[in-house]
Ligand binder design. Structure first.
Ligand code: FAD
Length: 593
């Protein structure tokens, strides 16, 4: 969660007349400053705020905002890293009080699908709270006698269930995770959040509540009727979806631009019986990449049966940052010291319903690591649940350690005033086609000056080797030169990911896949818009324009997301209340109004 930054002097505002009579809507005051930013550290402004306590309450506020044309920005836990939940004026609706787990239903196994337990939750529920409930075997639901029917109760008693998406920020809300279509460490195996959503409830611009389930609204021949009666007419492949996409998949990833989600039906799976992990340290990052490539070849054909669910890469900068932060982070202290001379690490996670399968594969992997020259003391293995949870922290802490380092660097290069030193967090979320070794090489070619081999900007690099999907965290100091270098690196990498994708496949297929390559799991929000939007095909923008017209005809839901004009770097500084783009400029550059 964003730290509480010393509040600037905010000019007193009063609640707009249209919202004044609604219970719980308050004027924005300095004490709410944390609600002006997310983990990207982009900071905006707002006129009013609410913490609705029911769907009816949400509907009342949404309706009033729409009638008065007041921008409405909904927030989950503000852990997003693209500024998507940061307001640029208008009303902030914080959904953290809508956090109930509501009802369960059991769906029997069919020929094509394994048994599923459906669980409906409110959007403000955190991933941590959901996982605690699942770990406890639904203790809270059973205690309150709201488990659902007898079949659901039997399923709860007989099986342990889990919801596969696992973004490493457990405080993120389910509403935010679904609105970003977030992924996580095991995304290669389990996919992204949307794949595990069976239905959605949302409040539309008129304050009406809608609810759909998978299978009810599906694209056929490039058309799909919405529950409101509008006809969408585009090829969903333009959005990176399948030709027969479900409307649920279209709404997932909406970044708060298509309505306020008030209920999510999650499709749970039986939890794997066995979860083990291995960490291997390498003296050369090229050796780590080559080992990752050799494993990728093996498991390519067996994606859904192979126990290896995650293969995560941490480079030398990440390991060095962790060593530096060890003194401050007790969780890091629970891990052994890294072997001397380590330049890269691979974190391997294995899941299966058959313990023998995990055991056999664990042995095979350790053997292969030894054959690759990794010595015994450079391999850690976790072969029970508690050891697994401890070892997993190595990968889970990577973003947090990067954040801590970024803050330290910014503080040391500024006056020491935290408000001054809040440089933006820029983390890439790109998938670059090719082997992992090639991908790594491409990243490095953008990170160092070709003339003298020095770093252009300090960074940490980690991510999903099985998908060539890395998170590069750029850690500039506050100098203008460094901020410009960050911007240049981001644009170069996006350009490269787009070029490689277009060259790798036939143009038509590649165009369809571009949205999924340039912004895999973090969304586009405000910070990525200028870098990514120009690369997306016209068909993508046309599809989004239609969605906005159908789901947000008044243009009030998070209207400042995905605007190419918002290039929030030093050359075009973050918008402030006084220095915001003029309305005329905003309308000229807004793609979706
Ligand atoms: C340390 C750290 C690790 C992370 N690790 C991962 C990772 O491994 N994988 C990954 O994919 N992401 C990761 N993320 C980013 C991740 O996308 C966010 O953490 C999460 O998805 C955002 O959830 P939130 O509740 O904080 O949403 P917010 O930041 O509050 O909002 C995000 C967007 O969702 C919209 N939104 C929120 N709730 C609703 C709603 N009810 N209806 C409509 N729109 C809504 C907002 O308007 C905004 O556009 C990480 C972030 C951090 C800080």
């Amino acid at each position: 969660m964003p730290d509480f930054i010393d509040s600037p002097v905010l000019s007193p505002v009063s609640v707009p007349p249209a919202l004044a009579a609604i219970e719980g809507v308050v004027p924005f005051e300095a004490k709410y400053h944390a609600y002006l930013s997310d983990e990207s550290r982009l900071t905006g402004w707002a006129d009013s705020l609410s913490f609705p306590t029911s769907t009816a309450h949400v509907a009342e506020i949404v309706k009033a905002c729409c009638q008065a044309q007041i921008p409405l920005i909904c927030q989950g836990s503000r852990t997003g890293i693209t500024g998507a939940g940061v307001p640029m004026g208008g009303h902030v609706m914080v959904l953290e009080q809508l956090n109930l787990i509501r009802v369960l239903a059991y769906v029997e196994e069919t020929e094509t699908q394994q048994a599923t337990l459906l669980l409906t939750v409110a959007p403000g529920l955190s991933l941590a709270a959901l996982n605690a409930e699942l770990e406890s075997g639904f203790a809270h639901l059973i205690e309150n006698d709201v488990v659902g029917d007898a079949a659901a109760l039997r399923a709860v008693n007989e099986t342990k269930w889990f919801w596969p998406p696992d973004p490493s920020e457990a405080q993120a809300s389910i509403g935010g995770i679904v609105s970003n279509n977030a992924g996580g460490i095991c995304g290669h195996r389990y996919g992204r959040a949307g794949q595990h959503v069976a239905g959605l409830e949302w409040v539309d611009a008129d304050g009406q509540v809608w609810s759909i389930h998978r299978g009810e609204y599906v694209f056929h021949d490039h058309t799909c009727q919405t529950p409101m009666g509008d006809m969408l007419s585009f090829d969903p492949r333009a959005l990176g979806l399948s030709a027969n996409a479900d409307l649920v998949d279209v709404l997932v990833g909406g970044e708060g631009m298509l309505g306020v989600i008030t209920g999510i039906t999650l499709a749970l799976q039986p939890a794997p019986v066995c979860r083990w992990a291995i960490v291997a340290f390498f003296h050369q990052d090229t050796d780590a990449a080559a080992f990752a490539d050799s494993l990728k070849t093996d498991i390519l054909d067996a994606r859904y049966s192979h126990p290896l669910v995650a293969l995560e890469y941490l480079d030398s900068s990440m390991l060095a940052a962790m060593t530096l932060q060890r003194v401050h982070m007790t969780t890091l202290q629970s891990l052994p010291l890294f072997p001397a001379g380590s330049q890269a690490a691979l974190y391997l996670e294995l899941h299966h319903h058959d313990v023998d399968a995990v055991e056999n594969w664990c042995e095979t992997l350790l053997m292969r690591l030894m054959e690759a020259g990794i010595e015994e003391d450079a391999m850690w293995a976790a072969m029970d649940e508690s050891e697994y949870a401890r070892l997993r922290q190595l990968r889970l802490l990577a973003p947090e350690v990067s954040n801590a380092l970024r803050l330290q660097r910014a503080m040391s290069s500024s006056s020491g005033d935290p408000a001054v030193s809040m440089s933006l967090k820029i983390a890439t979320d790109l998938k670059i086609e090719g082997s992992f070794s090639e991908t790594l090489q491409r990243y490095k070619s953008h990170l160092y000056h070709p003339s003298n081999g020095t770093e252009r900007v300090a960074y940490t690099l980690f991510g999903h080797a099985l998908d060539n999907h890395l998170h590069l965290n750029l850690l500039p100091d506050n100098s203008e030169a460094q901020q410009l270098a960050v911007k240049a690196i981001l644009h170069e990498l996006v350009q490269q990911a787009a070029d490689v994708k277009l060259n790798a496949e036939k143009k038509s297929t590649a165009l369809a896949c571009l949205p999924q390559s340039l912004s895999v799991e973090h969304g586009i929000g405000k910070l990525k818009a200028a870098a990514i939007l120009p690369h997306l095909p016209a068909a993508y923008h046309d599809a989004y324009r239609q969605l906005k017209a159908a789901f947000d005809p008044h243009g009030v839901f998070n209207p400042h997301n995905r605007l190419q004009a918002y290039d929030c770097f030093v050359v075009n500084p973050p918008l402030t209340h006084a220095g915001s783009h003029s309305d005329a400029e905003r309308h000229a550059t807004c793609l979706y109004e």
